[in-house]
Design a protein around this ligand. Structure first.
Ligand code: AMP
Ligand code: MN
Ligand code: MN
Ligand code: MN
Length: 278
């Protein structure tokens, strides 16, 4: 089992566990360094700070993080910020900005779906998100609950996934903006799950070059549910662009058997781990 897991979610974005339950599970699984990186929010960290006694700090080190939504070439990409100051004004501004975009985006997606004959999903999705950031998984869940689609997978495959009618990425800030937020907050920027963006190798190299030019410092070399060979491919990219390497499961839900906390392929030896920069 891996001791570092630098990418995970709670109920404050689209994860199923509370921050405390996530930490308990991490300790149970032998994770010693856990970054909580919810989509466009640091609410889990603010909540933990209010309840300092809710986990054993000798057993686990919690790294303060976030996963910001960004756009590149009209495509949605994710940039994880690690070891950020969650109380810094820049994070407060960034989170407020992203929150507003997310609420507006749900309304836009709802309109697009209504043009396809669906009822308005805005309220249902917002309700499911509760105190957390609303996102496509809430829309998908609401569509399942209402019997509008048979499964979450179908909701994404037909309506919400990459390139579909409900995939609206043009709202997000560009790479420079997001990397700047993270750096000003004292953190390290990590391009999340690079192999998950559907693009040719040539296009991926352009993304890496642009990310590097934007000040990006690291990429996720090892992610959950990653096929063999990808880590080595990402390690080569690290060498070419002088990136540090991050590792993380991208854990959302204990019911998802294919992504378990602390589980991801071995980090290639040549990589410089991102925590050297903390
Ligand atoms: P959003 O932040 O609203 O753009 O939603 C993105 C999130 O939706 C990702 O972080 C995943 O958790 C989830 N997601 C994306 N694609 C799929 C898919 N095809 N099936 C299930 N969940 C997905
Ligand atoms: Mn997610
Ligand atoms: Mn992501
Ligand atoms: Mn994630």
């Amino acid at each position: 089992m891996n001791k570092y897991d630098l990418h995970s979610h709670t109920v404050f974005s689209d994860g199923s566990l509370s921050a405390v339950a996530l930490i308990d599970l991490a300790i149970e699984r032998g994770v010693t360094h856990l970054a909580i990186t919810d989509h466009d929010t640091v609410a889990a960290h603010l909540q933990l700070a209010q309840n300092k006694d809710c986990y054993d700090g000798d057993k686990i080190c919690i790294i303060k993080g976030v996963e910001f939504s960004a756009q590149w070439n009209n495509m949605g990409v994710h940039i994880v910020g690690l070891n950020i100051d969650v109380n810094s004004p820049v994070i407060e501004t960034a989170v407020a900005h992203q929150t507003q975009l997310r609420v507006q985006r749900v309304k836009t997606i709802a309109k697009k779906l209504m043009q396809r004959g669906f009822p308005d999903i805005t309220e249902g999705a917002m309700k499911l998100a509760g105190d957390g950031q609303v996102g496509r998984p809430h829309i998908a869940q609401h569509m399942v609950d209402e019997g509008l689609v048979p499964s979450m997978a179908q909701a994404f495959n037909k309506y919400l996934g990459a390139g579909k009618v409900g995939d609206i990425s043009s709202v997000w800030p560009d790479l420079e903006q997001v990397v700047e937020w993270i750096k000003v907050a004292g953190g390290v920027a990590v391009l999340a799950h690079p192999s998950r963006y559907k693009m040719t190798r040539t296009k991926r190299r352009r993304l890496m070059a642009d990310y590097s030019d934007a000040g990006g410092q690291a990429i996720e070399v090892c992610a959950g549910n990653q096929v063999p060979g990808v880590a080595e491919e990402m390690a080569a990219i690290c060498e070419e662009f002088d990136f540090h390497a991050s590792v993380g499961s991208d854990f959302h839900n204990p019911d998802y058997q294919w992504v378990r906390l602390g589980q991801y392929p071995k980090l290639p030896k040549a990589c410089r781990p991102v925590w050297e920069l903390f």
